[in-house]
Design a protein around this ligand. Sequence first.
Ligand code: C2E
Ligand code: MG
Ligand code: MG
Length: 611
Amino acid sequence: MELRQSPPFMDDDLLEFMDAEPESSALAVGDTPDAWRILVVDDDPDVHESTAYGLRGLDIEGRRLHLLHAHSAADALTILRYERDVAVVLLDVVMETDDAGLTMVTAIRGELGMTHIRIILRTGQPGQAPEIDTIRRYDINDYKTKSELTRTKLYTTLTTSIRSYDQLRRLDALYATNLELVARLRDYAFVDRLLGLPNRTAFVQHLDDTSQSGLHAGQSIGLMDVDQFAETNDMFGHVYGDLLLAAIARRLAEVHAGRGLLARVAGDTFALLGDDAWVNPRVLRAVFEEPFEIEGVLRPVSICMGFVRCDDAAVSGLDLLKNASIALKRAKESGQGRSAYYSLEVGVATRERTRLLHGLQKAFDHERLFVVYQPQVSLQTGRPIGVEALVRWRTEDGQFVPPDQFIPVAEQSGLIVAIGAWVLRTSLHAIGQLRARGITGIRVAVNVSSVQFAQVQFLAMVDEALRDTGISPDCLELEITESVAVMGMVRVAALLREIKARGIAVAIDDFGTGFSSLSYLDQLPADRLKIDRAFVTSLDSGRLGARIAEMIVPLGHQLGMLVLAEGVETEAQATILRDLGCDEAQGYLYAKPMPIDELLLWLEQRLGTVL
Ligand code: C2E
Ligand code: MG
Ligand code: MG
């Protein structure tokens, strides 16, 4: 349609173009296997030539361009049947017939089912523009008259189209990875890696699955915990400890083969579900009478046991296991080699929790809670980028109660709302202290319990804390876990958008442990994905955890998030993570959580050395 004298590129290259030797405007521009494939469809040979000329030597996103040429719609469709990986079609609207171009678009999207390929329509005259509706319906990327498409414009529109093609393809790949990751996490979630036994989650799940049907009448759960296991580990090392556990697992499996379900529910705790006739203190004690042979040496093993009868079908699997644990705890309190049954003295345990809660309440009122900060660093440069605020409780007699113990109690009682708000203010105040010392560019990450997050006043509380402390929202990051999904993803996503609109960052904490909501991940507009310590710990063992970390990093990146690894303790782990492309890390290798005074010194020193 175009005359040779008026090629579609109207810029300075024109003259050069006119003088060009036919070879120099060779039709294929670059021909490497990973070049972007672009199909030019036009019945005018000049357009092919000028397009090739215009794109000569150009790269898009670091890849060369490879042009394919079709002179009719039929040719084009034949090419597309064989060349599925075409990124863009530059399509002449009017060819043999007035609507040959649009007919072809229908075939690409419909018959060939190529939904990712990007389509740029070109026409000789402005009057031939298709209806907006058509553009939308066929997912057409751009529409240009040929004279509009100067070399630069063609390059720009191709770049945009290629980017979006690439993104669509990556999303597909992401979806596939996601499925594999879900399967792996599920496996990770149900099988104990060391012994290959069902783990705690699997055990609870089994109890839940079978309890409704009244299958547990006449059955009991027995928990067996190795006495002084921690000491054994310290004295002889983890390898020895692992061998001991494996020997115990083997014997339990042999003795109870086919009689019930055996699981490892905690480090040195085994659980057995089965008939009262088998699962009782007398029978199980007998299993441990003979010593175990470890590395050629016979070793006697003493255990404490806790039992619960499963008659009450109304009790959930988790509660049954909890009750068995309460019994185990009672047994341990009375000494080594003891056992106990769970009874209605549950009250004792409940009272204990209540005591913890009262203690916590009092500690909070008397300001015996404090916040420590753990640095987060860039894996590339080692530069500190932020700190995570972690709450601490020191009791009157100077003992520390770990957050893993008191946070759940605070959550159940609702006290977490007040504590959380206080941690937030304290953390923002700490940023103020950094600023006063001239330290900027450090963000504070504050853990937000899903109980807090679900509060209607949550956002107002955050706003107020920011306003009162005068700290810029971009110095704050909120860490949420996948458990927020219980609120319903629509609400969560809406709330996160509001948070992000304020410039506050969002991190997904403990990623990989709440596998069930993994599929929601792409609906969470978060900035950072934190790989849980469990996966980092198993990095240098070459176990499944390593594969999981390997998959999480690209997953986070695909979703436009930075990936931070938690609990990095060794240089070897840091190296593996860096090689995997992980962005940031946090862990004892860099620093333990520390009070603000120590943090100030640490940061000053660290920033001084990396600057
Ligand atoms: P988290 O948010 O995943 O915090 C990371 C935990 O890993 C912290 O334990 C930290 O001390 C520990 N850690 C960091 N690096 C290493 C390492 O290299 N090795 C090992 N073994 N551990 C490391 P911490 O302080 O005991 O906190 C436990 C959990 O309690 C936190 O897990 C978080 O879920 C919760 N928590 C702590 N403070 C708060 C808070 O203010 N609010 C809420 N809602 N939860 C909190
Ligand atoms: Mg955290
Ligand atoms: Mg975490």
